[in-house]
Design a protein around this ligand. Structure first.
Ligand SMILES: [Zn+2]
Length: 383
């Protein structure tokens, strides 16, 4: 049996408190492929942790039977800082209350350090480049001296993920269909099998990586940024790094958790990390669409947000998706300000009915097939 359960202890930020991150390792250290899974970096997004709750006993059983051919690292709840942020009977897990940082931004872009250290030595041997880049990235992380708890969390977690073949960062939206953020460099190809196996209803690609330093972004962008920087060298996309959005925050139950775990397990079999036949690849539910084709609906004013369209529905351009109702306006329908879709596509994320709208609040996101002029060049958001 090779399963190992360890903990990373983070530096204490206030007298009498200390937090730790539990890490599970299945299979043999150093074996390939290496698959890294984590959930709840946005600490109030727990559907991914539910999927891992159901996945871990399956991995334990496979490990005991000697069926894990690669190495699988699982961090069921990666962010104990966010988990601790209980304020007035609410759990606020998206932003760090100390520095007001979004927990899924400002991860470590190691491409600069790696490029400086070994860039000129990279040549036409792809396998040698992959090994050298991983070694250099690990060395860059080892040399870092984080100053506080959140910085330590970022460095220590990236030590687990940066040399993986597959990185799956499990999130959710407030109310959403299962969707996936990927790099164009992985489509078609590795990400297509993942989207089919997990049943993604929308897959959005960054081309080739997001400008924002998200966790899945930096793990994948290491390869894309170095390939840009050293075009003469053969640098493959050696890590399939994705953000999986497991529906909405309230979509947590045993039926979904068990189904999502079974799908992840089958995907890992298909990748060769676990022995056994993965079986036929399920039919893809949606083709990948560009991030620049993602229509984002914003609230123009304040009031009560109410939807006309269900999550996951196909919508047409100019179709009214939701309304902002001015509660002080006595004129009934005239008090409703509609917000319409800017594209044909799939309504993959929205807010809950009845939440408060304010100017600039994101009301919905639609995965459309064609780049929208006003979205091209915008940050390739994925969280
Ligand atoms: Zn998130």
């Amino acid at each position: 049996m090779s399963h190992q359960k360890t903990a990373i202890t983070l530096p204490s930020m206030t007298p009498g408190t200390a937090r730790k991150i539990v890490v599970h390792r299945f299979g043999q250290p150093g074996a390939r492929p290496k698959i890294y899974l984590q959930a709840a970096i946005h600490a109030n997004e727990l559907p991914g942790a539910m999927a891992l709750h159901h996945l871990m006993p399956m991995l334990l059983k496979a490990d005991q039977a000697g069926r894990i051919a690669g190495e699988i690292v699982v961090v069921p709840t990666v962010n104990p800082i966010g988990l601790s942020q209980l304020v007035g009977n609410n759990h606020l897990g998206r932003y760090d209350l100390l520095g007001r940082d979004n927990f899924n931004r400002n991860w470590l872009d190691l491409s600069g350090a790696v490029g400086l250290s070994i860039g000129t030595t990279l040549g036409r041997d792809a396998a040698a480049n992959v090994a050298a880049i991983r070694k250099s990235a690990r060395a860059a992380l080892a040399a870092m001296q984080p100053m506080n708890e959140l910085q330590t969390l970022r460095v220590e977690i990236m030590k687990l993920s940066i040399d993986a073949d597959v990185v799956l960062d499990l999130h959710c939206d407030q109310d959403a269909a299962l969707h996936l953020f990927i790099s164009r460099r992985d489509w078609p190809g590795a990400a297509q099998a993942l989207a089919a196996d997990i049943g993604a209803q929308a897959t959005l690609y960054n081309d080739p990586y997001p400008a924002a330093l998200t966790f899945s972004g930096v793990n994948g962008a290491l390869w894309a940024r170095l390939a840009e920087q050293f075009p003469a060298a053969d640098i493959p996309q050696a890590c399939l790094s994705t953000t999986i959005e497991y529906r909405g925050q309230h979509d947590v139950n045993h039926a979904l958790g068990a189904a999502d775990a079974a799908n992840l397990y089958r995907f890992m079999q298909r990748r060769g990390a676990i022995a056994g036949r993965a079986g036929k690849l399920p039919a893809l539910k949606a083709e990948a669409t560009p991030i620049a084709g993602m229509d984002v609906g914003y609230c123009g004013g304040t009031g009560i947000l109410v939807y006309r369209v269900a999550t996951g529905a196909k919508v047409r351009k100019r179709q009214v998706v939701c309304e902002v109702i001015d509660p002080s306006d006595e004129r009934g329908p005239a008090a409703r300000t509609p917000i319409a879709s800017g594209s044909d596509g799939v309504l993959f994320a929205r807010r809950l009915d009845g939440t408060l709208a304010w100017p600039g609040k994101v009301a919905f996101r639609i995965a459309g097939p064609k780049p929208l002029a006003h979205r091209v060049g915008m940050s390739g958001l994925d969280d």
